[in-house]
Design a protein around this ligand. Structure first.
Ligand SMILES: *[C@@H]1O[C@H](CO)[C@@H](O)[C@H](O)[C@H]1NC(C)=O
Ligand SMILES: *[C@@H]1O[C@H](CO)[C@@H](O)[C@H](O)[C@H]1NC(C)=O
Ligand SMILES: *[C@@H]1O[C@H](CO)[C@@H](O)[C@H](O)[C@H]1NC(C)=O
Ligand SMILES: *[C@@H]1O[C@H](CO)[C@@H](O)[C@H](O)[C@H]1NC(C)=O
Length: 184
């Protein structure tokens, strides 16, 4: 009988010790299954750098030594706002930072490496996208490869499509729509 009590005590001790010493994992059962949002991008025009009125969210940060077809080899660095509608005055949801490189020799193709920092008042955290898209595709698909905070350990697939594009102050200014499905 005493032996059973000691065993029970030891088991309880082990259980409470393990729950005390275990680091709190950043589990993300609370993350969303789906998000819809818009991204704004204004690409600085390297032939028109002197206009003080111009604001931009992306700059060209590398190019090949000789000009290539389909902008092959050019890399842009960006920090783009994320909003609830295709309007800079709509609700701010976060921002997305990273690089896109032109990687297609026969077709304008973008390689995207970017992290979304999300803070919409409900969810906080980051999720990262890595993938290739053909610029002329109506809908582009790319994997979500991980996340932190409310998005910890997430995977998913992002659908991206161009909503509008215009030349403003000699810059290309565009809105993109994102629809992302998440699994944890
Ligand atoms: C910048 O904006 C100001 C105020 O709207 C305007 O007077 C000026 O001409 C603009 N400059 C250029 C280079 O467009
Ligand atoms: C956003 O709101 C400000 C102030 O209300 C206004 O001046 C500006 O034109 C608006 N911008 C857009 C893109 O609607
Ligand atoms: C999200 O993060 C911001 C800034 O760090 C904080 O003020 C806010 O309370 C957080 N919201 C939630 C829902 O965790
Ligand atoms: C960039 O600026 C140059 C001249 O300054 C202009 O000819 C060209 O059309 C501009 N590019 C875009 C995309 O607006």
């Amino acid at each position: 009988m005493a032996k059973v009590h000691i065993m029970l005590l030891c088991t309880l001790c082990a259980l409470s010790l393990s729950s005390l010493s275990a680091p709190q994992p950043a589990l993300a059962a609370s993350g969303p299954d789906h998000l819809d949002f818009y991204m704004y991008i204004a690409v600085q025009n390297n032939s028109n750098l002197d206009n003080p009125n111009v604001t931009f969210t992306a700059v060209q940060s590398a190019q090949p030594l000789s000009t290539q077809p389909n902008s092959f080899g050019i890399i842009h660095t960006f920090d783009n706002p994320l909003t609830s509608a295709a309007d800079l005055n709509s609700t701010q949801l976060g921002h997305v930072q990273g690089w896109y490189g032109d990687v297609g020799q026969n077709l304008l193709t973008l390689f995207l490496a970017q992290t979304f920092t999300w803070n919409d008042g409900t969810y906080n955290g980051t999720f990262s996208l890595l993938g290739v898209d053909v610029a002329s595709d109506a809908v582009k698909f790319a994997p979500i490869v991980g996340g932190t905070g409310d998005f910890a350990y997430v995977r998913g697939v992002a659908q991206q499509s161009l909503v509008s594009t215009a030349t403003v102050n000699m810059e290309t200014v565009s809105w993109f729509f994102y629809a992302i499905d998440f699994v944890y």
